[in-house]
Design a protein around this ligand. Structure first.
Ligand code: ATP
Length: 470
């Protein structure tokens, strides 16, 4: 387990504008999180790094962005409607609803402490159900007693009267996607028809996924709305083992690019009984989170399960016709499935560092430079000296044009500014002081480094190059 405390990360994330509880002002909504300015920047940097590494830098990968709402047949064919469930138990004493397979003691309710209050677990489907269009049962509205809402609950103060919200046509049912993968599989044929790529090739997608988790917890680790970055890599069935091995290596390279220490990543070979129904081999890549060793991402060999299902249910061929004229076949699939929130939580955990500077303790984020939400902060030494401010503004504008994520910081004394920038992981602070304006050092600035706290004098002309390569 990491020796970083979860509460330190949660508190820094909120205080410094990375991550806030969702709907906070109304008391929150369990399992949802909002990203503040620095959180968005960090998230995007992780997503862009992923896209560069797995799509842009390769010849065999294609990006797609499918709709979140999909035809319900997708989720019937994939098995999600029947089997995307977690075991739910309810305590007969306090009525807490809990996930049976995550209980420390299966006989004791962790909420009220009573023993023997759980019945048999029920299979709880985690998909969020919704209805598409103004579509009602039988196409017309039939009122029975009081108006009801979409879930069949009576509506007291009846706005529903106006809309006549009644039971919905089952054909209008849809789901918020619980994984991005199905949007890739359903576009397999489209991409083959448009591009006819050589096999093996992959389709990559980033986007929201939704799961009505029974017990969302541990900060963003288990959320009800989260973001996935998934790849379906299509291979000849004879090649899957060799390709799977390559993906193991690539996953480690990804973790390295996130700045996660190699000894904090662990491969868990998932046994026959625990694997998802579609998988013939799965490795869970676990990370030493503050909450313990838990799944960061998964790598699964999904065989031809999904394309086979689509072919059967849609009656459309999902076969790939090799260019050398050998017989057509339904490709098999290797799926690396990355969760963005877990990547972000791992990055924050690995980066959170405490040390001592001038006999004072400091905590800071030792983020890899390419992930830092702010690359450079620019400050005039004193904010009430117009000549310093004017010069600092010039330097700020030049850096901003080049790097974008540059922050102007003239709040408080210089020591406080350094601390604040350290805490959000800004690798460099540029300070414009009196030496910038005159004497031998004219037109040079101080660059202060986050990790070492060392300061270097750099000519303004050379600053952009220096920051780019430092
Ligand atoms: P777990 O066993 O922790 O519930 P899972 O095995 O169901 O996860 P997958 O279906 O393999 O997860 O999803 C792929 C990835 O999506 C996970 O490795 C994780 O990074 C991410 N993920 C899944 N569920 C959540 C969630 N509720 N909140 C945040 N990320 C999630």
């Amino acid at each position: 387990m990491s020796d970083v405390k979860l509460e330190d990360i949660v508190s820094l994330a909120k205080r410094r504008g990375f991550i806030y509880p969702g709907s906070d002002v109304y008391g929150g909504l369990s399992g949802t999180w909002d990203y503040g300015p620095l959180g968005v920047a960090l998230k995007r940097n992780i997503m862009q790094l992923w896209w560069k590494m797995f799509v842009d830098d390769r010849e065999d990968m294609f990006g797609i962005d499918a709709a979140i709402l999909m035809n319900q047949k997708v989720w019937q064919a994939s098995g999600h409607v029947d089997t995307f469930t977690d075991p739910l138990v309810e305590c007969s004493n306090c009525h807490a609803r809990l996930r049976a397979d995550k209980l420390d003691d299966p006989n004791k309710c962790p909420v009220c402490g009573k023993e023997g209050t759980f019945g048999e677990p029920r299979a709880f489907n985690m998909m969020f159900k919704t209805f598409v269009g103004p579509s009602f049962e039988g196409g017309k509205v039939t009122r029975v007693g009081k108006p009801v809402d979409a879930n069949g609950n009576e509506v007291e103060n009846s706005d529903a009267d106006k809309y006549d919200v009644m039971s919905y046509d089952p054909k209008a049912v849809s789901y918020l996607r619980p994984e991005t993968a199905q949007g890739i599989f359903t576009n397999f044929k489209n991409v083959v028809d448009s591009f006819y790529p050589d096999l093996p090739f992959g389709l990559a997608q980033q986007g929201k996924a939704f799961r009505n988790e029974i017990s969302p917890r541990d900060f963003i680790f288990r959320s009800r709305e989260f973001e996935q970055m998934e790849i379906e890599y299509f291979v000849h069935p004879d090649q899957w083992e060799a390709e799977f091995e390559k993906w193991i290596k690539l996953v480690h390279e990804w973790c390295d690019a996130l700045g996660l220490p190699a000894d904090s990543i662990h491969e868990l070979e998932v046994g026959d009984d625990d694997r998802a129904h579609y998988s013939k081999r799965t490795i869970d890549f676990e990370f030493d989170f503050p909450i313990g060793r838990e799944e960061l991402l998964g790598l699964a060999y999904r065989t031809d399960f999904d394309l086979g299902n689509i072919q059967r249910e849609s009656k459309k061929s999902m076969e790939y016709r090799p260019k050398d004229g050998s017989p057509a076949f339904v490709p098999h699939v290797i799926e690396p499935s990355f969760g963005l929130e877990r990547a972000l939580m791992a990055v924050l955990t690995a980066a959170y560092t405490t040390d001592e500077v001038n006999s004072e303790s400091r905590s800071y984020l030792k983020l890899p430079v390419h992930l830092a939400p702010v690359k450079v902060a620019v400050s005039p030494l004193l904010k009430n000296k117009p000549e310093l401010v004017a010069k600092a503004r010039e330097v700020y504008a030049a850096l901003k044009k080049e790097f974008g994520s540059v922050m102007w910081d003239d709040n408080g004394n210089i020591g406080k500014r350094y601390r604040r920038q350290d805490e959000i992981g800004t690798p460099y602070c540029v300070v414009i002081d009196f030496e910038t304006l005159e004497g031998d050092t004219k037109d040079s600035v101080t660059v202060r480094h986050r990790d070492t706290t060392e300061q270097t004098r750099i000519k303004i002309d050379e600053l952009v190059d220096y920051v780019r390569t430092a």
